[in-house]
Design a protein around this ligand. Sequence first.
Ligand code: SF4
Ligand code: SF4
Length: 132
Amino acid sequence: MDDRPASTGGEASPRARPDPFRLLNGNVYFNGKCEECRPLCAAVCCRGYALVSLTEEEAKGGRYAYKEASDDCDCELCKKMRELGVRYTLPKQPDGGCIYLDGARKCSIYEERPETCREYSCVNVPFTLHPA
Ligand code: SF4
Ligand code: SF4
């Protein structure tokens, strides 16, 4: 079976590339090159996380939809935010994915994504494969 990811367009890739992941002790580690990995990881980073925290400036700056934790709300999200010490977070879709994840499982605000997303790397984070 040829399970090499399909080209995502735009870039010429005349030579065979190594797999975008390696297996170690039964865990999958991606190389962090999202265009290569996405057909295999299905953007699990933007679907399987707990919260994307926002700074107050990000939340109040008008660029993002956001949820602010309430000190006395008993909903699961507010409880989770208090537990993690997060005051502001990006809202989620009903399936748990980020509200900014589009139908192709790409970030629809990639150039403007929050600092938390910019700093994230999945290179050394073990995953289960979720083929798109
Ligand atoms: S950062 Fe997300 S989309 Fe990119 S390779 Fe890792 S899991 Fe996949
Ligand atoms: S803002 Fe973009 S990069 Fe950040 S979690 Fe949402 S979809 Fe992923």
